[in-house]
Design a protein around this ligand. Structure first.
Ligand code: DX5
Ligand code: ZN
Length: 221
């Protein structure tokens, strides 16, 4: 399994976005993670379609958009038009997740579902075949710079078993508190894609930070 690193622009210096993107590209970043927050599903408020369009114009890397919003289905059309590649929403934020996953795929994006720490994997068990990505949150979403919730590793291992038992090739992503100290544990537990905000953009050398995170997985096999 290959390791994917997805730096989160939530922690980037938005005044130097182009330079910050260039730095993570130089470090070998695989995806750009974009945290959309609406001040309702989570307390914080971040970006929407205008910033996503700006990012699209600045990079060829896949845009991995994580919607922490209520009624995420309201954004499917607009985000498809903005050039989003992966559209991941929270299973807690909507009633008809299956229908919306299908609509995301229909619009040419790859659909993903995210789970808060307190949400059981049972919430997505019926939908595994509809998913291209499963996102296990390792913090309660809303802010960067929080600590990795230790129960995440056990949950990632069970998520990996769930995907394998259904023959699913879905990406297993982990988000929150991923650092040089926690990434190897999450990788060993079964995650293949790692979101990192503070651990990349909170350092003086984001390119080196991306390389360092990947290297921790290489030695942890
Ligand atoms: C948290 C967001 C994360 C955040 C991670 O609600 O979903 O993507 O950017 O930040 P760090 O890596 O600093 O925990
Ligand atoms: Zn995120």
């Amino acid at each position: 399994m290959s390791v994917r690193i997805a730096p989160s622009v939530l922690s980037a210096d938005l005044g130097r976005l182009r330079e910050q993107l260039d730095q993570v590209v130089e470090g070998g970043a695989d995806w750009i993670h974009v945290d959309v927050m609406d001040g309702r599903f989570v307390p914080n408020l971040t970006f929407g379609a205008p910033v996503i369009r700006a990012l699209r114009a600045l990079t060829d890397l896949p845009l991995d958009v994580h919607l922490m919003v209520v009624e995420p289905e309201r954004y499917i059309e607009e985000y498809a038009d903005a050039g989003v590649d992966l559209f991941t929403f929270h299973v807690e934020a909507t009633t008809h997740a299956q229908r919306h996953l299908a609509a995301v795929r229909e619009r040419g994006m790859r659909p993903g579902l995210a789970l808060n720490p307190s949400t059981s994997l049972a919430a997505v068990e019926e939908l595994v075949e509809d998913l291209d990505l499963l996102l296990v949150m390792s913090v309660n979403p809303g802010f960067g710079g929080q600590r990795y919730w230790p129960g995440s590793s056990r949950k990632l291992a069970r998520a990996r078993d769930l995907l394998a038992s259904r023959g699913s090739a879905a990406v297993l992503e982990v988000d929150g508190g991923i650092t040089l100290d926690t990434i190897a544990e999450a990788w060993r537990a079964g995650a293949d894609t790692f979101v990192a905000g503070t651990a990349v953009f909170g350092t003086p050398d984001p390119a080196e930070a991306v390389r360092g995170l990947r290297a921790r997985c290489a030695v942890a096999v």
